[in-house]
Write a protein that binds this ligand. Structure first.
Ligand code: SME
Length: 177
């Protein structure tokens, strides 16, 4: 797939943004099944897409990317492709927001990370976070989508619904280990 310009209307609602994002993700993974390649492009689409929105002008997204399950240890997440500052390389299942999503296989929408008991502060600028699990049809957790925001309440149910749809496309579009 050859890159095409993204839709960048800043006044899109979150729902409209995620409809567009889903189309972009489908286009970029078309014909490509290597997971590193697809996760790298999806991280860029999410990060720059959210940055383009008026709704996030005062709620900057400071990190968007993936942690994947360690192929040699199914109780550990390791850093995958992302956009943002350098981050923690390993997160045990059950630790932090990512580890909670990994164990529960449920999306975590955290309005205030400082109130989340085991939150792992990779970037002290983060104040809210959403983590969406990537689960194979077999039930195996293959990784998570993780997005951080510098303001409280950066994410809501629209992000949860939109990113869960993206997660499903990602799961179906790559060959996993
Ligand atoms: N805050 C995450 C750790 C990863 S960084 O946000 C990139 C957590 O608590 O799991």
């Amino acid at each position: 797939m050859h890159p095409t310009p993204s839709v960048t209307n800043p006044n899109r609602t979150k729902k409209e943004f995620y409809d567009d994002l889903l189309d972009e993700v489908k286009a970029f993974v078309d014909g490509q099944r290597f997971w590193v390649t697809n996760l790298a492009n999806v991280a860029a689409l999410i990060y720059h897409g959210l940055h383009s929105l008026e709704e996030h002008r005062n709620k900057p997204v400071n990190w968007a990317g993936f942690y994947v399950t360690d192929p040699t240890n199914d109780q550990k997440l390791i850093l995958g492709p992302f956009q943002g500052k350098v981050a923690c390389t390993e997160i045990l299942f059950g630790k932090g927001v990512c580890g909670a999503a990994a164990v529960s296989q449920e999306t975590q929408v955290v309005k205030n990370v400082h109130e989340f008991p085991s939150h792992i502060a990779c970037d002290s600028a983060s104040n809210s976070e959403i983590v969406v699990p990537l689960v194979l049809p077999s039930g195996k957790l293959i990784g998570v989508i993780d997005i951080d925001c510098e303001e409280l309440e950066g994410f809501n149910d629209d992000d949860k619904v939109g990113l869960e749809a993206v997660a499903k496309v990602i799961i179906d579009s790559c060959d996993w280990w």
